[in-house]
Every structure is written in C-alpha cells, then in structure tokens.
Design a protein around this ligand. Structure first.
Ligand code: AMP
Ligand code: MG
Length: 404
C-alpha cells in the first residue's frame, strides 16, 4: 500500500491549473490573478494633505507665528490661491496642497484667531519641510507593475484594483466539481429512511467542502449500486473537471466503482492508501491533450474517511488546479492531554480538540467511534496524527495536529 505522501505526490502531479477566466472585479475574491496588473494612475493623483490643518510655508511657521487664513480647501475641492509669505490655507485630509506651501501644520497644533480677517497661530514646536504631505505617485506610479500574476486576490487586492479602476480581470479558472454518492442503502437527506437505509450525508458534506475550497460543486445525488445507474451518473459527473464519488471502493460485493470508472476511460493511478481512516481511497485520471486533466476521487463511503481523504488529497488538488499553492490542512504541534489506546497498524488521523494554554497547544483526543462517527468530528477542531509504532502515545507527548 502506498503512503499518504506518495499518494499526495501522485495526485498533485496530475492536478493542473485551469485556463483563464475573465471575471468582474466583484467576483474575483479568492481567485488567482492570471495577468500582471499595470498601474494606470499616479496614487495619490496630487500632492495631498495627510491631516486636517493649515498648508503653510515652513520659513514662516516658527512657533507662535500668526498667519492669515487665505481660503479653505476640503477633500474633493482644488485650491484657487497659492500660499504666499504670511499666509496659510485651511486644508482637510486628502485635499490637494496649494502651490507655494511646503508643509501642513496639524489643526490640533494651531489656534484659530477669529476675524475678519481670520488668522491662525502656529503652536507646533517645529514645522518641517514636507510634513503631513503625501507626494503625487508616492504609493504607486503610472507604468509600474502593481500586482503580478499568481497573486491571490483578497479583499485588500480587490480594493487596490478598484483604486486602479480595474472592472474586469483575468483569473485562473477554478475547477468545476461534481459530487456523486453511491449506495443502495442511501436516501436523500430530506427523506425518511426505511429499514436498512441511511441518509446520504456525504453528498452535502463534500459539496460544502468543495465550496469552502473555492470551487463550485454540483451534487448529483445518489447512484444505485448497479452498472447502469453508476454509468449513467458517472458520465454526468465526468462533465466536470473533478468528480468526487463516495462509497463503493472497498471490498464489498457491491463495490463496483473502480471497475465502472475503468470502463468509462478513467485510468487508475492508485487504490488504497496506508492510512486510517481512509484506506480504500481510489484515485484516477482522464488525461487530455487540449485541456487540463480530469481527476476522479473514489472516496470511502464512511463519512469520516471521506472527510479525511478530502482534506489530505482533494483540497490540495483543488488549490493547485485553481492556480494556488497546494495547501492542505495547516499543521501545528501540540501536547497530548491524555494517553491514547494502542496504536493502529496504519498511520492515523484522530479527531481531537485543541485549546491554547500558556502559549502551547494542548490537544485532547475525543472519544471517537470510528469512521462512521461524524458526530464526534463535529466537536473536533483538529486531527491528531499518530504514526505507527509499538505501544500507546502517552499523555504529555508532543504530537502533530492538523487544523480542520
Ligand atoms: P461502502 O464503501 O460503499 O461500502 O460504504 C461504507 C460505509 O459508508 C457503509 O456503511 C455505507 O452505508 C456508508 N456510506 C456510504 N455512502 C454514504 C453516504 N453518502 N453517506 C453516509 N454514509 C455512507
Ligand atoms: Mg456502498
């Protein structure tokens, strides 16, 4: 059986970034930029005041100097008069600096002497040249590269692009994802199961996990464990860039998924990973010469196994296909709060609850009933990693934890 890291390597080797997609600025959040963005403006567009105060000539603004107020300029207005010797222009934050002025004295360090004519007394201990002025183009200049392709667009970048007037831009297309649950025992979650049946929890879960990874996912519902139903729904699923199947990849008599995928032209890359939970994972690919590979994950039917496989393999693949680094779960180390039962013969990802104490993460293993027990996972914020080895892992041992 291959290891987790070997399996991940095989997945990522085949996960190719999508093509370009033009999107409106408002839809660009969390996407990856596919073009360099050149600056088309000088920012700020004019020398501007960084404070509310008085634009002055430094030579005239010794402490105690009294200057005549020439005019008032608020943000959005333009000055009409130069600042000359003995004069000052009342100016608000963001407004253009009048010609002749070489500093702005903060209003808090002045005293207004009512007029007419209005006068202002400078109380600043020292008004320095350029004080409280931001020069035109200080933040960015026409022609500079402001953002390079590959940059992930967060709220910050959306704001910056808005400043530049970019209404539409090229991003890396995120993969489309289809989710298909297989199993004769499954009913839609809205339905009431009869004897022997359970609800399809994987479908909605996987769809949500894909959405959280920034990908639009369609839930194709449930395929019965027959060749005809599998083929029909898998064909639909293969209209997407990524097909996430659940169930039918273990050793049961109705575990038909691998063989059916083979018939549909999906080439198996691996089946089974040395891992708990999640051992039955199946992964295959359809290679194309004219567009990115399509990836197919046959996730184990048990919900926790499916979740762990998604986090370990699908999430990094979706990230890489979206043009990002192949980020998986974030890792930290923590102190184990309690001794665990004897270890499995497979490397194990075990649900835990991590809390911070005196700057250290303390993690408590939860009382988990195995791969069908999604309920305990709802109380978990991490997966604790237990490598194989003899004996138990003891309380106070340091362990790796992966954030859910
Ligand atoms: P399988 O791999 O198809 O044998 O499924 C393994 C276990 O997971 C069985 O107990 C199934 O009933 C359960 N299971 C399979 N698919 C789902 C699903 N979509 N939602 C919840 N449980 C499932
Ligand atoms: Mg099944």
């Amino acid at each position: 059986m291959i290891t987790v890291s070997e399996a991940l390597r095989l997945v990522l080797e085949r996960a190719q970034p999508g093509g370009l997609r033009r999107v409106a600025l408002v839809d660009a959040a969390e996407k990856v930029l596919a073009e360099d963005i050149l600056c088309t403006i000088d920012s700020p567009p004019h020398d501007k005041s960084l404070v509310d105060g008085y634009a002055v000539q430094v030579a005239d603004s010794k402490p105690g100097a009294v200057l005549r107020v020439l005019e008032q300029v608020t943000a959005g207005q333009v000055p009409t008069l130069p600042v000359t010797a003995g004069g000052a222009t009342r100016i608000m934050t963001g407004a253009p600096i009048p010609s002749g002025a070489d500093a702005v004295a903060m209003v808090e360090r002045t005293e207004l002497i009512p007029g007419p004519p209005e006068m202002v007394r400078i109380q600043d201990k020292q008004v320095r040249t350029g004080q409280n002025i931001m020069r035109r183009g200080e933040s960015m200049r026409k022609g500079e590269t402001v953002l390079a392709r590959g940059h992930v667009l967060r709220g910050i970048e959306i704001g910056l692009l808005a400043e530049l007037g970019v209404a539409e831009l090229s991003t890396v297309a995120t993969p489309t994802v289809a989710v298909l649950a297989t199993g004769d025992e499954l009913v839609p979650f809205e339905a009431t199961p009869s004897a022997g049946q359970i609800r399809n929890s994987n479908g909605p879960m996987l769809r949500q996990l894909a959405a959280a990874a920034g990908c639009e996912a369609v839930d194709l519902g449930i395929a019965r464990d027959t060749e005809i139903d599998h083929a029909r729904w898998m064909r639909r699923g293969l209209e997407s860039d990524v097909l996430l199947l659940s169930g039918g990849v273990s050793a049961g008599v109705l575990d038909l998924v691998p063989q059916q995928l083979g018939r549909l032209g999906v080439k198996q890359v691996f089946h089974k990973v040395d891992l708990r939970p999640g051992k039955p994972l199946w992964f295959g690919v359809i290679e194309h010469s004219d567009r990115p590979n399509q990836l197919v994950f046959g996730l184990p039917g048990n919900p926790v196994s499916g979740l762990v496989c998604f986090q370990l393999f699908v999430r990094p693949a979706l990230a890489q296909m979206s043009g990002r680094a192949a980020e998986g779960m974030r890792q930290s180390t923590a102190v184990l709060a309690a001794t665990t039962p004897p270890r499995s013969d497979r490397p194990t990802y075990f649900p835990g609850r991590a809390t911070q104490r005196n700057g250290d993460w303390i993690v408590e293993p939860l009382s988990w009933r195995g791969s069908a027990d999604l309920r305990t996972l709802a109380n978990a914020n991490v997966l604790i990693f237990f490598p194989t080895g003899p004996g138990a892992v003891e309380a106070n041992d340091r362990v790796a934890i992966y954030w859910l």
